[in-house]
Design a protein around this ligand. Structure first.
Ligand code: GLU
Length: 316
């Protein structure tokens, strides 16, 4: 009955000449946080029946998402604030140095993405410096994680070449390698409680390696987006101590080519009901604050998002 009604409604809309607009949202590994968040946003906008059909796509992460928007393959994506800034400026990391991507716009700042350095307990890794000579998953091809891994190693005087192996695979494959003892440690810049790390902790004794904010601040001129962040004890099975590390921010971004009308409709469908929005993921429940979602953005705000924030009084 429900389905039939929806079909009829859809046909009626088509009959009236309302075109459906299709949006693809770039996310990350299915075991990360981007993927469930993007999937949840797509569901909210689809359920709102505002003439938008959205779907989430699994990708390598921030860099891949930004490049896919530039190439016109995706209309929206999740991306780290640091990576979005480097892309827009055309600086600072190999992927974007001298190759600015001007066609991305900000929609919202979402939640902290925490640099996790997960080590197998039997690998004898206590500090970042101990990663020297080890087999380390440094993030997927096209990830923001890989950029953070490179920068944090740099802060400790190490390069990828100093590792035994710098392995570029998805988080899903990475935890497999850790379980099989084919990797000793794994970097993952991701929202707290990502299922990849939770799954790994269930099968393999792990530790979390601390990142010293002071060391990172020494390179903060080059990479100013890091803030200190404590991973609470108990977030992952077997890790009961609190681990100090650094974090960046997850953002929702869109192509500048997307019309203000479409972005406005999307924003309203996804963000207006905060109870429904926060149900998408515990990281949104815990960290998202609509009144701050348009603050401190590293790239220009999309005019459709601006209209939404003005309408609800978040922006003047
Ligand atoms: N921040 C990660 C990246 O861009 C992705 C995290 C996630 O998928 O939740 O590499």
């Amino acid at each position: 009955m429900q389905v039939k009604r929806m079909l009829l409604a859809g046909l009626a809309l088509m009959g009236l000449g309302f075109a459906q607009e299709f949006l693809t949202l770039g996310s990350g590994a299915t075991t990360g946080v981007y993927f469930p968040v993007a999937t949840g946003m797509a569901k909210l906008v689809n359920d709102a029946n505002v003439g938008i059909r959205a779907n989430a796509r699994s990708t390598g992460g921030s860099v891949a998402n930004i490049n896919a928007i530039a190439a016109g393959e995706f209309e929206m994506a999740l991306a780290q604030n640091d990576t979005a800034y480097y892309a827009f400026q055309g600086c600072c990391i190999p992927a974007f140095d001298g190759k600015p991507v001007k066609g991305i716009r900000a929609l919202a700042a979402l939640y902290p993405e925490v640099v996790h350095i997960v080590a197998r307990q039997d690998a004898g890794i206590r500090t970042v410096a101990d990663l020297k000579g080890k087999r380390v998953v440094v993030g997927d091809v096209g990830s923001g994680t890989e950029q953070n891994a490179r920068q944090i190693l740099e802060a400790y005087g190490l390069r990828f070449e100093d590792l035994g192996q710098a392995i570029r695979v998805s988080a899903t494959q990475g935890i497999q390698l850790m379980q099989d003892r084919r990797a000793d440690a794994l970097f993952y810049t991701v929202g707290l409680g990502a299922s990849a790390i939770q799954q790994l902790a269930l099968t393999t004794p792990i530790t979390l390696v601390a990142v010293d904010l002071g060391k990172v601040q020494a390179i903060a001129k080059k990479y100013p987006f890091y803030v200190g962040f404590n991973i609470p004890g108990g977030t992952y099975k077997g890790v009961d101590v609190t681990t100090p590390t650094v974090a960046v921010q997850a953002m929702l971004i869109a192509s500048e080519k997307l019309s203000p009308e479409t972005v406005y409709k999307f924003m309203k469908a996804v963000f207006a009901d905060q109870t429904a929005f926060k149900k998408i993921h515990p990281n949104l429940e815990r960290f998202f604050d609509l009144s701050r979602a348009a603050r401190g953005l590293p790239i220009p705000l999309h005019p459709g998002a601006e209209r939404f924030y003005k309408e609800i009084g978040v922006l003047k």
